[in-house]
Write a protein that binds this ligand. Sequence first.
Ligand code: NAD
Length: 251
Amino acid sequence: MKIDLSGRVVLITGSSRGIGRAAALLFAEHGADLALNYRENTQAAESLLVELKKYPVRARIYRADVADEHAVGRMIEHIVTDFGRLDVLVNNAGIWKEAAIVTMTSPELDEMIDVNLKSIFYCCRAAVPHLAQRGGSIINIASTAGQRGEAFHSHYAATKGAIISLTKSLAPELVGDKIRVNCVAPGWVNTDMSAEELALPDAQRHLRLIPLGRPASPDEIAGAIVFLASDWATFITGEILNVNGGAVLCG
Ligand code: NAD
């Protein structure tokens, strides 16, 4: 069976670059129509639309801050009006910032929780009634940081750990709506988010902890996302799919 997502509408948050962008291109390659969320870089989002023109799919961009529950609600209503349906939600948008616990400010903590975690509650809350119309799929992007912790990024790691338990909670909760809920937990990935850290002279200390010896490409994460959305994964829900080069071996 080839993966065929034609006719299905996929919303990807934070899709103008990195993993979100790679996922958008791979979903399009497999026939899905795309609702592409971005926060502020309209030029990058429009350039993705241009790149998507090589595929016979519908794609539109939606500017919204996913940390703003009202903006999320409006965006999802617009998507359903434009496409007539919603089948897959990929909660990908996120930020990664450094802060030691003793100097972390409350605004820094709030921003991390709002963008990385509350946004997923907002998106799921608004999307579930639409996903439930025909059955659908939610894919949350966590991180190895949520499994092993991350010094000087405790607020980031805590949001990612919470995404894992959120996934495990929503999977049984939404089974009656025929919505599968899964999570992809990447390790280091070569994107703008990690570029500065992986360019540091001591970046080898990160790479030494990866048995496969390198960071992932965004395409390698996108492959896991598209798989979980596909009909190859119809019996998978509540799963944490580790795509980390063997760095953290847990479920
Ligand atoms: P990235 O920084 O390239 O992309 C993140 C995207 O999210 C950006 O387009 C950004 O504009 C968007 N975004 C941020 N805040 C937003 C908001 N409030 N509203 C809407 N969009 C917003 O990083 P990436 O590596 O592609 O990260 C994608 C996901 O993968 C994130 O959730 C990240 O935590 C996770 N992840 C990344 C790595 C890594 O090493 N790069 C590792 C593990 C997990």
